[in-house]
Each structure stands twice: as C-alpha cells, then as structure tokens.
Design a protein around this ligand. Structure first.
Ligand code: ATP
Length: 230
C-alpha cells in the first residue's frame, strides 16, 4: 500500500503540489487520476516512486518512508511506474528490454516472461526485434510488459494512450483491464472517459490539488467533469 499524506512538492522555488493526500492498495483494482496538462499528475507518480523529494508531508510504501529509499527499493517493494516517456532501450531487443525490467526479480524471470508473452503475444513474436523499430502501440505494450517483469503489486501507468491512434488506444485499455484482474493499476490519463470507465475510485487533480475523489462512475456523471473534460 502507498500512502501519500499532505505533501507539498516543488521544482526549485515553484510549488506544484499542495497539501496533497492520496492512497492506493492491493485491495484496489483500478484507481484513476485525471486532470489537465500540468496539473501535477506525473510529478505525483515521480514522488511516489522515490524519484522526486517532498518539501513537506510524507509518502510511505508498505509502511516505510519513501524519502529514505532508493527508487529501486520502491520497485522491489511492489510499486512500478511506467512513465509517459516509456524510456525503452531502443537499440536493444524486445526480449532484452523485458529482461531489464526484471532486475529486482531475476529468479522469476522466465515465469514472468511467459506470463507477459501470454498477455502480449506480439512481444513474443517480435522478441528479437529492436524495440526502437516497433510501432507506437507495440512500444507501449513493451513498456507495460517491462513494468510487469518486476512483478509489481501496484502498476502505475502514466498516459498509456499518449500518441496512439484511437483503435490502438482501445486495445491498450483492454489490456489494462486484463492486467487489473491480477495487479492493482494506478491509471493517469487524459482520456478521461475511458479512464473513469475502468476505475472504481478516481481523483481529479487540478493545479496541484486533489479537488475531488469519488467512484469512477460518479465522476463521469459530475457536471464539472462533463464540462471541462468530456
Ligand atoms: P502532463 O500530462 O502535461 O505531464 P501533469 O499533470 O503530469 O501534466 P506534471 O508533469 O506533473 O503535470 O507537471 C506539473 C507542473 O510541474 C507543471 O507546471 C510543469 O511545468 C512543472 N514541471 C514538471 N516537471 C518539471 C521539471 N522537471 N522542472 C520544472 N518544472 C517542472
């Protein structure tokens, strides 16, 4: 479980998250965070991953303070974050990228890779192909697959539909739903309709503050969401 308790976060002297609280646990299936560009969604994920410090407040992962942890320790604990940039190793093969994802769970590598290939058959077919030569949708599947190689309890996906054609976006969302049967998914998305449709719990983040928390279904019906995002 990750608990974010009243955090303030800045870049230099510009504050971007304000007194923000949030929590997610293995009991959840899909939790969504939606909100406009620049609201602070990616920053929140970076803080949860131990990649960016808090000025005030506290983040704990399974009871331990993330502030004192190396980011790889957060991964080992069970929180894996697939960033918006995907950060694939373009010159390496699909298989090598997947192997890199298992750096905290070497012993289970073969078994996990079999599971990832079951979920994404295209990755098995293309396992010897250079990651950088795959299509955007395939690269997104690979980035998610690589995240799964760390056997997360909670998998955070930052804008998984970014830059993808609508049809591919639909495929990616189908896969996310499938993943959520096994692993808790934290979904950060601009495709508000799709994200809220999947989420049992959802948050609206605006200007660095969590302004609303509700069920995905209730937020879909909210006038504010309808007017601003749908
Ligand atoms: P987007 O979907 O556009 O990434 P977001 O909701 O994820 O939006 P963040 O990327 O977290 O928002 O950005 C929050 C604020 O922090 C924005 O004002 C952004 O300009 C600023 N910011 C983000 N990264 C940095 C950085 N490395 N240095 C300085 N400011 C940053």
């Amino acid at each position: 479980m990750i608990e974010v308790d009243e955090i303030d976060v800045s870049y230099g002297n510009i504050q971007v998250l304000w007194d923000l609280s949030f929590h997610i646990s293995e009991e959840d299936s899909v939790v969504a965070i939606v909100g406009p560009n620049g609201a602070g969604k990616s920053t929140l994920l970076r803080v949860m991953s131990g990649l960016h410090p808090v000025d005030d407040g506290r983040v704990t992962a399974w009871g331990e303070d993330v502030a004192g942890m190396d980011p790889s320790e957060v991964v080992r604990q069970g929180f894996v974050h697939v960033s918006e940039e995907r950060n694939l190793f373009g010159d390496m093969t699909v298989r090598e990228n997947l192997e890199m994802g298992a750096y905290t769970k070497r012993a289970e590598l073969r078994e996990t890779m079999r599971e990832v290939f079951e979920l994404f058959p295209i990755l098995e077919e293309r396992q010897e192909q250079r990651a950088g030569s795959m299509s955007g949708g395939q690269q997104q599947m690979l980035a998610i697959g690589r995240g799964l190689m760390a056997r997360p309890k909670i998998l955070a996906l930052d804008e998984p539909s970014e830059g993808l054609a609508p049809q591919i976006t639909t495929r990616v969302f189908e896969k996310i739903e499938e993943i959520s049967d096994e692993v808790t998914v934290l979904l950060v998305e601009q495709h508000v309709h799709k994200a809220l449709g999947l989420a049992e719990r959802a948050y609206l983040l605006e200007n660095g503050e969590m302004v609303t928390e509700d069920t995905g279904a209730a937020l879909l019906e909210s006038e504010h969401i309808k007017q601003a995002y749908l």
